[in-house]
Design a protein around this ligand. Sequence first.
Ligand SMILES: CC(C)(O)[C@@H](O)C(=O)O
Length: 547
Amino acid sequence: MRSDTIKKGPDRAPARAMLRATGRDDAAMAKPFVAIVHPWSDVSPCNFTLRALAQHVRKGVEANGGTAFEFNTIAVTDGISMGTPGMRASLISREWITDSIELAVNGHHLDAMVVLCGCDKTIPAAAMAAARLNIPTVVLYGGTIDHGLHHGKPITIQEVFEAVGAHAAGKIDENELHAVEKDACPGAGACGGQFTANTMAMILTALGLSPLEVNDLPALHQDKNQAAFDCGKLVMDCYQRGFTARQALTPAAFRNAMRMLAATAGSTNGVLHLLAIAHEAGVTLDLADFDPISASTPVIADLKPGGRYTAVELSAAGGTARVAKVLKDGGLLEDHPTVENASIFAALDATELGEQPEPVVHPIASPVKPRGGFAILSGNLAPEGCVVKLAGHGRMRHEGPARVFNGEPAAFAALQAGKIQAGDVVVIRYEGPAGAPGMPEMLGVTAALIGRGLGSDVALITDGRFSGATHGLMVGHISPEAARGGPLGQLLDGDTVIIDVENRRLDTTADLGPRPTTPFNPRAQSGVLAKYARLVSSASRGAITEA
Ligand SMILES: CC(C)(O)[C@@H](O)C(=O)O
């Protein structure tokens, strides 16, 4: 056992003395030590249930021969930080959560772990830690929030962000904005569309780090506690089999995860996070690898932000298993081992799915959209590539004058003041991993564009990133970023920008060659943001941090 390093032999008496003080006796110390890690926080509805859920995992571990040790890590809640300087902390937290898990698990030589996760960055961090530590690991997602009901219609946090734009444009009054705010989030759970958390939870299952079906259970579902117990049991089974995280994290698993991302028109953050997880797992994955997969995968799930349904309806319709089965039957999925089964195909075959109450998942033959929910572009504005979101619209080309903003707040203020016109290309730069720093999501701006009614006429390009709730013709992750000398820094107001999805190009007709870059002063001089700005890589590499 790894944990023998801290607990076996005469020299380890001091460590054992300390463990006894926490209630572990000789019998407990003879068993494998299993970490139960969770980012519980009552700032965040996404993580609100995790501490209680962890107790069920603990029971599952202890009933199956393990000694459980619980510790917590942090979370930054995007939906709360959005549009403020606090949003810079979000992506950064992914690295720090991963590192904190590594430090606590390795610091105590623990043998296996169950990681619970909820809000966006806690999910890739769980997978990154699993890949980095390569010990037997099961990851359990706390689950989606239920949708709210507003005037009898299901709504999510997406509609609140869009209502802000509608309110600024005078389309709704303050009372209506307040009513949307009150109706949108009825209880605990992570944001309810195929936004980042639900996208990443599905990716965990596709990667084989979570068993089928558990992540789809909404946060307040009656079966969630049993699922948590079962995950505790499962990690002991993985431990007995010697099944470690990297045995699940094969190249085929990553290809499946990219398919599921494309097939559900999920969050473009999935691209960033898969690159980072692959890096930790030692699997070669490049930004360019995503494009052919998305191009050859139809969107088969009719989910918000582009579609009609939320994760609650998807769960009732069979969830990830149904999406995976349709892809498998269409020859678009590959077999690989998972935490629960030597073959994900066998696990899918063993899963009974009834009729869908609502037509959330379509057959391959009549998809929601013939191609996947994103594409990878490059061009003279993005020599190292970028990601365009294709959820919920059919726009494949836009040509228009640049409206350049050195940061998100200036763009948001111009939009709310009615200064963005149909046809414009909103350019938001110096919001990349190093520039912002922390590559914030731009949901405030993208949702306000939709709410204002400009969603079909304006395009947006940025070296920042998008929320899972963003839809419309939005291009993010532009690499290299402006703060690291990327050509976005040379654009001027009025330059023509061309987004050409068919040809996978993002260009300007302006002659950038002789032009200087607009001067940029690093925003963070000290603390964690400054440290991160020095260490972080390009978005085209998943914004991983390197020593
Ligand atoms: C919806 C939020 C808050 O923007 C985020 O959770 C995401 O999906 O990226």
